[in-house]
Design a protein around this ligand. Structure first.
Ligand SMILES: *Cc1c(COP(=O)(O)O)cnc(C)c1O
Length: 391
């Protein structure tokens, strides 16, 4: 069941690729790392009888939040039931509403833009820097209008966005910064964890992410006022018990998830180390391969290596997909993140005002290779050799 949940599915030109769970030879792009410790933690919660707390504020959730805040270098952490919930909640806490605009990249998972629409606002798509795949601050400034309320940088693939530059623009125009750090657990920027230059950061704990609770998320902030608002939104906008003072939702994390999250957080440094070692070894093996652009870490940026993403320079979608197919034939669960930029998705086209050349080109040429903590050194060698062969 757990396996089926994580089977990467990718629709490319009517070809549906689903890694076959029975085809054991496929090295998956990501895989949750759980053992008896998580099993034990879950059993304890089940035996305690307190599966969730009325305000999402039970002992396991509080323990997890305290540990996560420390890890993220933030004063407050508010645990929720998905990364998407976290993004939506952060926008609501920023008072983003109908008629407002929020600046987002299009080269991201759909949840970034989706949360803006859920808050009643309009996503304004801005192009990326082709070197980092992250929101280009130089292009952000030009997208600010009278209606702009917030900017949402995404730490794509686990590489922190240039949030200091974005912070400057936000300050100048009085905008909120909500960072989508769904993929960035363990990354750092200017020596600090992701979220440090934002008003709020939302982290995902989905099963494929660097650490997981199955489904889950966390919002971190340094503002006491925002933390209070976020806690209220998490449980139906309540101020006092059964008295709602604002519009909210049920975004509570269960005690069961928090227990898993706490164990995972203790293991995260080891996971991050293994991802980094795998990524560095893969780069060593692939360096110098013609037309293959390897992922980089600009100065002051430390990657979380959620996805090791390479680029086939000058390639068409067909050529890139052919390479992907060759890799999969060799048991390498390579995948494309993201083959359809959000502004070109059928639902989101209504918000797209212009073409985003760098985003569209990257979507045609990138693919990701497995570097998760369970990938062994000999598998990295196989992945590197297969990539050279496939090219
Ligand atoms: C995973 C992810 C999300 C959504 O998180 P969920 O926990 O799946 O809701 C949002 N943004 C990005 C960039 C992600 O990778």
């Amino acid at each position: 069941m757990l396996l089926t949940l994580l089977m990467p599915m990718q629709v490319i030109r009517n070809v549906v690729w689903v890694a076959d769970p029975l085809q054991k030879k496929m090295i998956p792009i990501n895989l949750p790392q759980v053992d008896e410790q998580e099993v034990e933690a879950v059993v304890q919660v089940l035996r305690s009888g307190l599966l969730t707390h009325r305000f999402g504020n039970g002992p396991m959730v509080r323990q997890f939040e305290e540990a996560f805040a420390k890890f993220a270098g933030a004063k407050y952490a508010i645990a929720v039931n998905s990364g998407t919930a976290g993004l939506h909640m952060a926008l609501l806490a920023s008072e983003v509403a109908s008629g407002d605009e929020v600046i987002v990249p299009s080269f991201t998972f759909v949840a970034t833009a989706e949360s803006v629409v859920l808050a009643g606002a309009r996503p304004v798509f801005v192009d990326i820097d082709p070197e980092t795949y992250n929101l280009d601050p130089k292009k952000v400034e030009g997208a600010v209008t009278e209606k702009t309320k917030a900017i949402m940088p995404v730490d794509l693939y686990g590489l922190p966005a240039d949030t200091a530059a974005i912070r400057e623009i936000a300050k100048k125009h009085g905008l909120a910064v909500v960072e989508d750090s769904a993929q960035a657990h363990g990354a750092s920027y200017k020596g600090k964890p992701p979220g440090s230059f934002a008003d709020m950061a939302s982290w995902s704990l989905y099963a494929s992410k660097n650490m997981t609770t199955g489904e889950g998320g966390v919002v971190t902030t340094n503002s006491n006022e925002l933390a209070e608002t976020l806690r209220s939104i998490r449980t139906h906008g309540e101020g006092l018990e059964y008295v709602s003072v604002r519009l909210g939702h049920n975004y509570r994390m269960s005690e069961i998830q928090a227990a898993v999250g706490y164990v995972q957080l203790q293991k995260l440094p080891r996971f991050a180390e293994k991802r980094r070692a795998n990524a560095e070894l893969l780069s060593e093996k692939l360096r110098g391969v013609e037309k293959l652009r390897l992922p980089t870490e600009p100065p002051e940026h430390q990657h979380s290596w959620y996805l090791y993403t390479v680029r086939l320079q000058g390639a068409t979608t067909e050529k890139r997909n052919k390479v992907l197919e060759e890799l999969r034939n060799r048991g390498v669960g390579a995948n494309v993140y993201y083959s359809t930029p959000v502004h070109l998705m059928p639902y989101y086209r209504q918000f797209a005002k212009k073409r985003l050349p760098e985003t569209e080109k990257a979507a045609q040429q990138v693919f990701s290779l497995p570097v998760h903590p369970a990938v062994t050194t000999s598998q990295i060698e196989h992945i590197a050799a297969s990539t050279v062969e496939a090219l």
